[in-house]
Structure formats: structure tokens, C-alpha cells
Design a protein. Structure first.
Length: 215
């Protein structure tokens, strides 16, 4: 009798568990609820608006619990490349001295800023990369960029036709997702974090043979 009672109790527990699973919210429902909680936790303040919570294809794909498929990753990169804005008049290279200032500058795009103007922003490049040899404090999330241009054979940045590495570098700074769908690199040009002139200055820091980066 005791055995029968135990069996019935076990069956009852299984049925309750099944019923509970059947009524559990789907992953879509959970995602929707999580998004609602996130949105309720923030407010518009200064230049920081709630639209920062809206994910584009790349953000959604790369914040998923599983990596994006090859097809989706390629779609993200294709979209990023198609949206790259090339420099006016083909002026890829600016002043490496100004580029170094930007690389050292980590401020900008916070709610206390008076506007979203890129001129107020820095690049925070040293947060993730070694760049100039004189700087001993730098992050290692990204690869070392010391001798970036020198190692790639850049000897003249005044040529009328940009070398492939010049165009590649512009694309990477404009939007890191152009060649890596889930890149952690800020999308400086795409998101308006830096303007064209500022990007050209960072380009000079990396590519100009006269830059200390390439000495």
C-alpha cells in the first residue's frame, strides 16, 4: 500500500511539473519582458535617449545566447560596409599629432554633454590598444597597433590613390563590424562618435610614416 501511494505521489509530481512547463513563458516572452524591464530602468537625460536601447541587426545578433550564423554575420558585415561614408575629396590622412590627442582622450557621449557633436568626443583608443611606444598604460582587448603602418608597408600617405590598407583602416575605424560582425570596437563614424576630420587624424596616427607609431 505504501508503495502504491509513493507511485501515485510521483505521478502527481510529474503531472504538476509538466503542467508547469506547459505554462512557462517562451523565450520570446522572456526577451520581451527583459526588454521592458531594461526600458523601465532608464530615462531620457541630456543627450542620452532611450533609443540607445534599440538594437540593430548586428547588436541583436551578437548579444544573443548563441553566436550568429555565418549567413547573419555576413549580412551584418555587408550592411556595415554599404553604410561606410568615405572622406570628402579622398582626404584619408590628417594630422597625427591631433590623432594622438584623440587616442588619449576618453570623454564624450555622456548625458552631461551639451550636444552630440563629435568635436566634443575623444577616441579612447588606448583603452583597448597599444599604439605609441611612449605610452605605457594601455588596454589589451584589441591588438597592438604599434608600427601599424610600417608593418604594412605604408611609405607614402600623399599618393592620389589610396592603398588598400588605407581604405581598410578607414572602414575599420568608421565601423568595426565591416570585417567582424561581432567586433567590440566602437563604430566611430557610423554612430557619429568622431567626425571625418577626427577619423583622418587617427588615420594619420596609425599610417603616417612620420608618426611616432611608425618609428
Amino acid at each position: 500500500m505504501k508503495r502504491v501511494n509513493f507511485t501515485l505521489a510521483a505521478v502527481g509530481a510529474v503531472l504538476l511539473a509538466v503542467a508547469g512547463c506547459a505554462s512557462a513563458p517562451s523565450s520570446t516572452d522572456l526577451d520581451r519582458e527583459a526588454a521592458a524591464v531594461m526600458k523601465a530602468s532608464f530615462r531620457d537625460q541630456g543627450i542620452a535617449k532611450l533609443d540607445r536601447l534599440n538594437q540593430d541587426l548586428g547588436q541583436a545578433a551578437c548579444s544573443s545566447a548563441t553566436p550568429p550564423s555565418d549567413a547573419v554575420a555576413q549580412q551584418v558585415m555587408d550592411q556595415a560596409r554599404a553604410a561606410v561614408k568615405w572622406p570628402a575629396g579622398g582626404q584619408y590622412i590628417g594630422d597625427w599629432r591631433e590623432g594622438e590627442k584623440l587616442a588619449q582622450n576618453g570623454r564624450g557621449m555622456t548625458w552631461t554633454d551639451s550636444s552630440v557633436a563629435a568635436k566634443d568626443n575623444g577616441g579612447s583608443c588606448y583603452n583597448c590598444h597599444q599604439i605609441g611606444k611612449a605610452e605605457i598604460s594601455y588596454g589589451t582587448i584589441g591588438p597592438s597597433l604599434y608600427n601599424y603602418g610600417k608593418n604594412r608597408g605604408v611609405t607614402d600617405v600623399t599618393a592620389p590613390t589610396a592603398q588598400p590598407i588605407v581604405e581598410y583602416t578607414w572602414m575599420k575605424i568608421w565601423n568595426g563590424k565591416t570585417f567582424n560582425a561581432c567586433s567590440n570596437m566602437p563604430r566611430f563614424g557610423h554612430m557619429g562618435l568622431l567626425d571625418e576630420k577626427q577619423i583622418a587624424n587617427v588615420m594619420a596616427l596609425l599610417l603616417d610614416p612620420k608618426s611616432p607609431v611608425n618609428q
